[in-house]
Design a protein around this ligand. Structure first.
Ligand code: C5P
Length: 222
């Protein structure tokens, strides 16, 4: 009997480009585990700040990271990071985390800490009986899963993205985070080679999801 195929979909894009809503919908349509890697960087940022560590002190960051033990809990269709028994909640969306996350994420030591953990989400998905995973972030199609079956790069105008964050009631430094994420040396935000760019400025969420779903189906041959 032919083994059913394990599908990896990589969704990258700048802050508030619609990655989470799109990825969540795709995970539901195709039975994929949804992995929001931004929440991993946010959780690590929260922990480091709580430990009194600053992003301008990489050696203190490295020492603190060596003591953290990340795990994964699957809730519904989503992978949630746990650190030493703590499951991050809304606190990782705070203005303080928004202000610091891209500074920590620019540090190679932080990216190394999360590299294998993120790749390991494929095993988590298999163990939990998912058909594959949809992982969203900044370097998924370029660094984490460069051989992903499908790579999507979401874009939207600054005004559309700012309006989305405001509608969610969050204070966010979208432009400053994008600037830092695009300009960092390690794993910068780029449109990955072979990715399909989708500009969602004038599209509704369901139109974006339909476009991605069509691409997924063509990969599945269905
Ligand atoms: O996706 P979200 O906006 O929640 O991500 C928060 C921050 O985490 C980003 O601005 C970026 O600095 C960092 N990040 C990253 N690489 C990823 C996912 C997120 O550097 N794959």
């Amino acid at each position: 009997m032919a083994e059913s195929r394990f599908l990896i979909v990589a969704v990258d894009g700048g802050a508030a480009s619609g990655k989470s809503s799109t990825s969540r919908a795709i995970s539901e349509r195709f039975g994929l585990l949804h992995v929001d890697t931004g929440s991993f960087y946010r959780a690590v940022t929260f922990k480091l700040l709580e430990l009194g560590v600053a992003p301008d002190d990489p050696s203190a960051v490295e020492t603190a990271l060596a003591r953290l033990r990340p795990g994964t809990r699957v809730e519904g269709r989503s992978a949630r990071m746990e650190i030493d028994g703590w499951t991050p909640g809304d606190e990782i969306r705070s203005a303080r985390v928004n202000d610091n996350v891209s500074r920590f994420a620019a540090l190679p030591v932080v990216r190394r800490f999360l590299l294998d953990y993120q790749r390991g989400q494929a095993d988590v998905a298999r163990r939990h009986g998912f058909e594959g995973l949809v992982m969203e972030g900044r370097d998924i199609g370029s660094v984490i899963f460069p051989d992903a079956d499908l790579r999507i790069f979401l874009e939207a105008s600054s005004a559309a993205r700012a309006a989305r964050r405001a509608a969610e009631g969050h204070v966010d430094q979208i432009h400053e985070r994008d600037r830092l994420d695009t300009q960092r040396k390690t794993a910068p935000l780029v449109c990955p080679v072979g990715a399909v760019p989708i500009d969602s400025t004038h599209l509704s969420l369901s139109e974006v999801v339909d476009r991605v779903a069509t691409l997924v189906r063509s990969k599945l041959g269905t």
